[in-house]
Design a protein around this ligand. Structure first.
Ligand code: NAP
Length: 312
């Protein structure tokens, strides 16, 4: 099969096309023919070698951790999915670095899969798993945002921020976010109550008595400064220090746990139009397509998700 790989850590130019064996699936896995995947900041961080301490990968490495496509093979213990099902997932990160989604086929464990709602395209579905599940797990499971609470979601126009805003609004929260002014129209259309231009204004100067902060930019002290004494902060971009952890507020970091059931719930909200998928740009599943997509993600200014389409 065709795959886009790196043979060493480095710049986006390391991404190149090669032929690889189609992954062999285990009894609890399915093989998916990839119709679309997406690029997340973890992809270029991994490409640069920033995850070396977490994963002892051997080259060539296939990056990519979002997928939408069609099941072409099922393992013998798989009970909830069959050949021909259209699915989407955030697959597990492979210990050897061989099973990313920048490839024509990818293996996924059954418990990480969700059926793709018919109402949404493969490209929209590929936008949801990593960013959407992260937003869901922080807003719903960790911060436990409730109706009427005041929530700050940092970097509202980013892949995670756009999902987090819509989930918090769906739960009935009052939502503030940070963004560049060119994103104001989009953010208002998603229901944001207050937008702070982080280039000119600090959140501390504008917000106070907040119940919850979703930190996606590693500004934990700033987030803590606007929280009530009983407030909660979850970061996906940094590690709280001992001092930050000793405050009256609850402070923790979170790393996404792929979960097919939660993904299915999120997919239903998208199918019902309660959560919108915002696509920044779409590139082809080719070396040049992925190089351009990585550069776009590394700009730190994508508006929503960067999609990779397998045009065959
Ligand atoms: N721990 C986990 O499990 C997990 C999971 C997913 C993501 N993450 C991490 O979370 C972060 C966000 O991910 P993402 O996918 O949302 O990234 P992204 O899509 O690349 O975010 C882009 C957005 O960030 C905004 N931005 C850049 N600098 C900012 C700042 N100083 N203040 C406020 N907004 C700023 C930009 O806004 P403007 O263009 O409006 O300036 C842009 O809309 C990344 O570091 C990623 O690695 C962690």
């Amino acid at each position: 099969m065709k795959a886009i790989v790196i043979d060493q850590y480095g710049t986006a130019e390391e991404l190149h096309e090669t032929e690889m064996e189609i992954p062999e699936i285990a009894a609890d896995e399915v093989l998916v023919e990839v119709a679309a995947t997406s690029v997340n900041p973890i992809d270029w961080k991994a490409r640069l070698g920033m995850l070396k301490k977490m994963f002892a990968w051997t080259f060539p490495v296939v990056l990519g951790w979002d997928l939408a496509g069609t099941i072409v093979e099922v393992g013998k213990d798989v009970t909830s999915f069959k050949i021909g099902d259209q699915v989407f997932a955030r697959p597990d990160i492979d210990a050897k670095g061989k099973r990313g989604t920048y490839a024509e086929f990818a293996a996924v464990k059954e418990d990480k899969l969700a059926l793709k709602p018919q109402e949404i395209s493969f490209e929209e579905a590929a936008a949801i798993p990593l960013a959407g599940l992260t937003a869901w797990q922080v807003i719903v499971d960790r911060l436990k945002v409730k109706k009427g609470e005041k929530v700050l979601i940092q970097a509202g126009a980013g892949g995670v921020g756009i999902f987090a805003i819509q989930i918090a609004k769906y739960l009935g929260a009052y939502v503030a976010t940070t963004a560049s002014p060119r994103n104001n129209k989009l953010l208002r259309s998603l229901g944001v109550d207050e937008i702070i231009d982080y280039h000119t204004t600090s959140i501390k100067a504008t917000l106070s008595d907040y119940d919850a902060v979703f930190d996606t930019v590693d500004q934990i002290d700033e987030g803590l400064s606007i929280l009530k004494p009983s407030g909660r902060l979850v970061t996906i971009a940094g590690q709280p220090t001992e001092e930050q952890g000793s405050r009256t507020q609850s402070v923790s970091s979170w790393w996404l746990q792929p979960n097919g059931e939660e993904l299915s719930l999120l997919g239903k909200l998208v199918a019902q139009g309660k959560v919108k998928v915002i696509i920044d740009s779409t590139f082809a599943l080719t070396a040049s397509g992925l190089q351009a997509a990585h550069k776009r993600s590394e700009s730190h200014h994508a508006q929503g998700k960067i999609i990779i389409k397998n045009t065959k």
